[in-house]
Design a protein around this ligand. Sequence first.
Ligand SMILES: [Zn+2]
Length: 377
Amino acid sequence: MTAKLIDGIGLLYTGDPTGAEEIEHAAMVVEDGRVVWTGSAAEAPDADEREDAGGRCVIPGFVDSHAHLVFAGDRTPEFDARMSGQPYTAGGIRTTVAATRAAGDAELATRAAALIAEMRRQGTTTVEIKSGYGLTVEDERRSLEIASGLVDDTTYLGAHVVPAGTDADDYVRLVTGEMLAACAPYAKWVDVFCERGAFDGDQTREILRAGIKAGLQPRVHANQLTEGPGVRIAVELGAASADHCTHLSDADVEALAASDTVATLLPGAEFSTRSPYPDARRLIDAGATVAIATDCNPGSSFTSSMPFCIALAVREMRMTPLEAVRAATYGGARALRRDDVGVLRPGSRADYAVLDAPSYVHLAYRPGVPLVTSVSS
Ligand SMILES: [Zn+2]
């Protein structure tokens, strides 16, 4: 095994708020895909190889804990229409469902892999993928089989929307029965779009409980468009994450702050639907753990860029640059209950990005600029 010393790091952001979160003039030693040492460059141990970071900033690879990458089709006209004044409703999902059902496995896999590669070029090394554009037993199953061939964190989202022409109660029976049985072998998580026009509180509880019984862990699309029961249910069932959190009551904020459920904010969705952003400041000040993810999907947030979401979080959600980069690394890892990623400390995976900048602050200070010069994982 070869130990490599990365030297000359102007600023090492470790993503570890419980330890030395930022180290100036730093070095890091990696061996066999793991971090074995971090600290001041002056105290760096010897290694077999040496790489000079040239004063650049090194950060953990971003953890994008919310993405919908298995789909076909195109929704450019819908985006164009929305930017011309039409409001967003959950119904647009059905357009992608029709295209996804018509696509072959190879096409779906190729498109998802291309999006993962696009994410990686922007510094992302861990990606979660949801199903949810099949909505039949076989189309959900194959979506998750494709996703599980690409990433470790796969999420069964049969409860994305009730398919056109289907009775809602019948569909919930399918999602908690035959579809769940077919999908569970390929999924780690179960998710529900708890929203007016999608699934109500009782249906959400029933679907999540069935998933838990089948060995999956819960997460919830909660409080995106309206102040519904999603966050309360997420906390009640011990979900790893409540995602969106755009419309929260004081009780929702308090519940999140008092729980292990991460509030995952998806500012790309508000950007792309021209909607009010969630108030990250309110969540952080209350003591909640916050994550940022892209929500990459063809309808409401077709960005694969965590740096873009960080810039939005700082500009539009009242987060500091440090809070935003923390939410995109440590926060994302907490939202997936992963201790091995989103952090650079001895024992963690050596997943990191080098920025052509002296500090992670540039991710928000220089929005839209491709600052990631290399990615290792
Ligand atoms: Zn989503």
